[in-house]
Design a protein around this ligand. Structure first.
Ligand SMILES: *Cc1c(COP(=O)(O)O)cnc(C)c1O
Length: 355
């Protein structure tokens, strides 16, 4: 009964993730999961975790994973924070680094978890409209004092990437604000801001294993930045949960980073499919935003997105449709494997040929 709820709970509007229906034969292109399995090295590593060790708490510092990440990304372990999926890492970022007097800035069209964290943590925020071309214009973020800036690069759900030069300009023009770059999709295109962390103590880069590493079910994410930013995240984490990373997650994540060839192969397969899908959709009369991610954001000239989404669903294909007025004519379609892409195009061909 809600009489027992804390006052804050009464005010929350929780994030609604893309649905996970369990229908046989369903083609699921709605949550940007990777269509390929994780590296076989991950399965081997998970099987090698002795069940007996699950009696014992895992390493509270996740040292082995920080070691693997720091070697791969050429940073020090104290420049890395790891957490239970990047959503948890982001929650700590909002709490530890983005809550200040002045409002936090993020795009009006972006990852819809950001305003949810703001309400949970009592953070004042201001949504900055994307340009008519649905791009982030960094000029809109510089001429005001702010409590921080966050955006995904490439942005979601548009898939459009922001150049490194623009990000650097932002870091220079807002030296007193943390600029958090959520790089959930960076392995599919765009330029990572990671090389800039050595130069700018106000830059924090957030990454996830859920998309390009095919490990959404393992829940692993991380942040990279100046040791002082990382220390803030560790302080919050150690005031919340000493062991967000379990033994299985640590073993699987380390193994994933050990198989570079597989990572490159699956990453490339998705990029190739994205380019093919873009062309096929354009032939069907869709306008497709230039995507650097593992999804496509597209609208049809003459068919309503909600209708197309419903038609696809009737034929066991689910894509994401957002009810936000600026983007309710778009569909966000995750890149599936070649068979799934083919089925999607065939079904859309059918749906857009009827009058
Ligand atoms: C998928 C996604 C995340 C969440 O990733 P998890 O690591 O699975 O929690 C964060 N940010 C953006 C922009 C995403 O699309």
């Amino acid at each position: 009964m809600s009489q027992f709820w804390s006052p804050i709970v009464q005010t929350l509007t929780p994030y609604v993730p893309g649905e996970q229906p369990k229908l046989p034969g369903l083609i699921k292109l709605n949550t940007n999961e990777n269509p390929y399995p994780p590296s076989p090295a991950v399965a081997t590593a998970l099987q090698a975790v002795p069940a007996d060790t699950l009696r014992l708490y895992p390493d509270p510092d996740s040292s082995a994973l920080k070691e693997a990440l720091s070697t791969y990304h050429d940073v020090q372990p104290n420049q890395i924070f790891v957490g239970n999926g990047s959503d948890e890492v982001l929650a700590f970022v909002f709490m530890a680094l983005l809550k200040h007097e002045a409002p936090l800035l993020f795009p009006d069209i972006t990852y819809s978890f950001y305003p949810v964290y703001c309400k949970l943590f009592g953070i004042d925020y201001q949504e900055v409209p994307l340009t008519p071309a649905m791009e982030i214009d960094t000029a809109d973020y510089v001429n005001q004092s702010c409590g921080g800036i966050i955006f995904p690069n490439p942005n979601a759900p548009t898939g459009i990437a922001l150049s490194l030069a623009k990000i650097e300009e932002l870091l220079i023009k807002q030296p007193n604000a943390v600029v958090a770059v959520d790089e959930a999709y960076i392995d599919f295109g765009g330029e990572s801001a990671l090389p800039l962390i050595h130069k700018y103590p106000n830059l924090l880069v957030i990454r996830t294993f859920s998309k390009s590493r095919s490990l959404a079910g393992l829940r692993v994410g991380f942040a990279v930045g100046h040791p002082k930013l990382i220390e803030a995240l560790e302080r919050v984490k150690n005031s919340f949960n000493s062991y967000p990373m379990d033994r299985m997650a640590l073993a699987g994540a380390v193994a994933s980073y050990g198989d570079e060839a597989y990572f490159q192969q699956t990453r490339k397969a998705i990029i190739d499919s994205r380019e093919q899908m873009t062309q096929a959709l354009e032939k069907l009369g869709f306008s497709v935003l230039p995507s650097s991610a593992n999804f496509i954001f597209a609208r049809h000239e003459s068919y309503a997105a909600s209708q197309l989404a419903a038609g696809l669903r009737e034929r066991a294909i689910i894509v994401r449709h957002f009810n936000h007025p600026r983007i309710n004519q778009y569909l966000r379609i995750s890149i599936g494997n070649p068979d799934e892409c083919k089925a999607l195009i065939q079904t859309l061909t059918l749906l857009t040929s009827k009058h």
